[in-house]
Design a protein around this ligand. Sequence first.
Ligand code: OOG
Ligand code: NI
Length: 465
Amino acid sequence: MSTISQWQLRAAFAVRLSEMYGREVPAYTTLVDVSREVNEDVLGTRGADAERLGSIGRVTAERHGAIRVGTPRELAQVARVFGALGMHPVGFYDLREAAASAVPVVSTAFRPVDGEELALNPFRVFTSMLTTADPRFFDADLRARLEAFLAARELFPPELLALADRAAAERELPESEAERFLQLAVAAFELSREPVDRAWYRTLERISAVAADVGGVRSTHINHLTPRVLDIDDLYRRMTDRGIEMIDTIQGPPAWKGPDVLLRQTSFRALAEPRPMRLADGSVEDGALRVRFGEVEARGIALTREGRALYDELLGRVDEQTSANPTAARGDLARGVWERHMPGSEAELAAKGLAYFTYRLADERPSDAGRPPATVDALVRQGWLHAEPIVYEDFLPRSAAGIFQSNLSGEGTRYGDQEGTAYDAARLAGAIGRDVLDPYALYARQQADSLGRVARELDLPDLLG
Ligand code: OOG
Ligand code: NI
């Protein structure tokens, strides 16, 4: 009997989730269609260069999802489901600090970690957990009620978790178990039709719309599913032309003539979705909730810590200029800052140690070659090696907070006199029962592995320094 490997499970899960979400949120299907058109056009005009940060096959299939859970126990279960798909927790994001309105969550991203797995299918899920212990959002009474509510619900049936554990242990599932696993896993993220307790939902909504979305209902659901495009500015125009109202910015780096780095994202607010509401007298009436949205992204080169520090510094400068010139367009100010301070070529990013690359031997040695030079820089310059950018596989806290925020209706409440509760990567790892991996270490290893290979091939043991 044939078996289904983890990457095949991951790819199949992404496809089925996408079909399900397209049925639930038709605007998502429009977004996917427009993304495909944009990608085909970019491929047509830029040719092979369009695939520098991933093959068109990978990019067309590429999605990230976002989900939100309530407790460490639920997060640990999510980790088992994604573990079955070869997805591991990477990075820690504290959106409580990054957002101006009340977004009481901390997050990580579940994703494949090695190059081959990423190339097979890079599906990733931004996963947030409510910080119920943070008194800036939840007073003692509300916290107790919220935690009791969350403790009493079950997001993932035991059969799903058992199949997940088996897939993780055996790194595959027999076909019929794989089918069952996929059905249960997709169903776990469908929007529930169960009536929502209106008074409870409204109580949480006064604190934060995100808290209500997570802790106001007895199930979870996919919040959005994001396709990847090769030209997000073009996509933004085309969606606007189709009458879909986008948020007013593209988050992340500006459009400019230099290399694409990190991540640019934009979104639109989805329509209200019908959700039955249970009233205090027990009766049920038609209601609607508007929490899910559409998002799209363009990915660039992964930056090193130094590169990221530069990115954060430039964002700060753009903020300063924006508040000093409130009538100027932020995108124009940002482009100006970038042109002054961001390296204008991949070669310069590499030479300054600001971005990650993999290296491979050129098909032919330079014609007048004697011994190869001893530095990576010189090897690339003289044509011994090709440098290929490593694509950024992660998220940006400030953009994530912006996306959360731009899709909330109210600011929510924050008790400013209270001290925040520490939730850090270690606490998250403790909840999940496995390490939360450091994204920089993953990119650095990919780069070092490639350098190790070329160092052996060229017999340059000192190349790695
Ligand atoms: C997650 C928001 C963050 C991204 O792409 O930065 C995110 C959420 O709304 O649950 O998905
Ligand atoms: Ni997202």
